[in-house]
Design a protein around this ligand. Structure first.
Ligand code: PRP
Length: 204
């Protein structure tokens, strides 16, 4: 079995989860510049969030650990089998404090790193919007007059407060998820089910 793991925060929390199960993560923790590391009886491939989904879809990895934010934005054909309970945050619509997002007529402009999430959200409200894709620090867009609002991830809310913005609507709960390649689910069912059981036994 090979597991694609999102680098960074999710990687750290996954290592903590694996160690709780009793998996030997010494090579993964001491990885240097290596990208494929052995853990117990499987391999871990470290990857960027979108690439985790790509590797699962192409079947070069059987399992993946990735945020629901990436799944909601990128989509794809795989099974989402488990909510791992960490990496919790939420998608929200935010704009300047004390400014009504819906005031006035005309099509609103949303700046976001997650255009599909924003499009789906406003489509569900039958509302036309214009989307500007920004790669990061999207909070500046309303301050610069580039957008009427943002659709972004909120964890503590500190970034919004520090920039004079506030949440107007909550869109979706996010956490890290275990995903499985559709063929692996059939071909390696026993191994995968045992892996899932081990996680469920220690998960809070
Ligand atoms: C995310 C998100 C917000 C921030 C929210 O950004 O886009 O900017 O975290 O966190 P808070 O509610 O705890 O303040 P990230 O750190 O992933 O970097 P990015 O802006 O470059 O995407």
């Amino acid at each position: 079995m090979r597991l694609a793991l999102t680098k960074g925060r999710i990687e750290k929390q996954t290592i903590a989860l694996f160690e709780k199960i009793g998996f030997d993560c010494s090579e993964l923790k001491d990885k240097g510049r290596k990208l494929i590391l052995p853990v117990e009886n499987f391999e871990v491939l470290l990857a960027k969030p979108d690439d985790v989904i790509t590797y699962i879809e192409y079947g070069v990895c059987d399992l993946g650990i990735v945020g629901k934010d990436t799944i909601a934005q990128k989509g794809g054909k795989f099974y989402e089998v488990l909510d791992l309970g960490f990496g919790k945050c939420r998608f929200a619509l935010a704009n300047k404090k004390d400014v009504d997002f819906y005031a006035g007529s005309g099509v609103k402009t949303i700046a976001t790193k997650y255009p599909n999430v924003a499009r789906n959200y406003f489509q569900s409200k039958n509302m036309d919007i214009r989307i500007i894709k920004i790669e990061g620090s999207v909070e500046v867009a309303p301050l610069l007059g580039l957008a009427d609002g943002i659709v972004d991830i909120v964890e503590t809310g500190n970034t919004l407060v520090a920039n004079g913005l506030e949440v107007k609507e909550w869109i979706m709960d996010i956490s890290s998820r275990l995903i499985v390649n559709t063929a692996s689910m059939k071909l390696k069912m026993e191994e995968i089910n045992e892996f899932i059981r081990k996680i469920e036994n220690v998960k809070i």
